[in-house]
Ligand binder design. Sequence first.
Ligand code: UDP
Length: 282
Amino acid sequence: MGRGSRLLTRHSVRNRGLSSVRDVNRQRVKIGQLEIDPLTFSEALERIAELVDRRNGGAVFTPNVDHIVKAERHASFRLAYDRADLSLADGMPLIWASRLLGSPLPEKVSGSDLVLPLMHIAAERRWRVYLLGGAPGVAEAAAERLDREVGAQIVGTDSPVVDLDGAPGDPELMLERLRGARPDVVLVALGAPKQELWIERFADRIRPAVAIGVGGSLDFVAGKVKRAPAWMSRAGLEWLFRLVQEPRRMWRRYLVEDPAFIAIVVRSRRRARRTCRSKQTG
Ligand code: UDP
C-alpha cells in the first residue's frame, strides 16, 4: 500500500470518510516533521469547498516556516497536524524547500490569500461563517468588511482568551456560542500553535463546521495590520515586511527561531536521499 493510501485509510478510520477530498495519486510532501498537500491555489479552494459541502467537519492548516520549526519540539502540535484534512504550503520558503527535496509543491497557498476568495465562495453558496480569534474588535471589523464587500454571511465572532496549556478560560461557553451560531466554516485566527491545538481539540464538537487555521488573516482583513505587497510575498520576503511592521512581536520568531528551518531542510534532504537510495537498492 502506498503512503497516500495509508494516510487515506488512517483519516477515513478517524471518523471522517474523506476519501475523495484527499487525492490518493498525489503524495504529501514531508518537510521536517510536517506533511504538505501538493495542491495549486484553485485546487485547494475546491478541496475546502468539498469538505464544507460534505457536512462532516474537517481541519485545514496552512503550515509556514514557523510551523515547521515549532513542530520539531512540540509533540502535540505534530499530533494536531496528523488530523489535518488539508495542509497547504503557506509561503515561498516551503516551495523552495520542496524543490530541494525533489518533490516540488506546485505553488504557495497562503492562508491570508485564501480568506477572501473563500469568502466569495461562501457568499455564493450561502455558507454560514464564524470568525474566532484576533485582538478584541478585530473579528467584528473583519466581519463587517466581509459582509459589506463580499456579501459573506458572518453568523458570529468571538475573541476569546484561549489557553490550551491547562490554564484558565471556560471553553464550554465559547463552544456554546459557536455551536449556537450553526456555522459551516470557522476561521480560527489564534496564531500557531494555539489555533492548530484548538482545532485538534474541538473539531469533532463543532461538526459539521470545517475549521481553518488562518493565523493573522483577520488582522489583515480588518485592516489592522498591513499585508506585504504581492512582489515581496512572491520573493519570499513576507517575513521581512512583517518584522518591520511589528518588530517587538516578530523579532524572536524571525531572527532567533526560524533560521533553524535551514538545518531542518538539510536533514530532510538527507532523509529523502536515503529513502530514494534504499528504494533503488531494495
Ligand atoms: N491571537 C489570539 N489569541 C491568542 C493569541 C493570538 O486571538 O491567544 C491572535 C492574534 O491577535 C493575531 C493572531 O492570533 O491576530 C496571530 O497571528 P500571527 O501573526 O501570529 O499568525 P501567523 O499569520 O504568523 O500564523
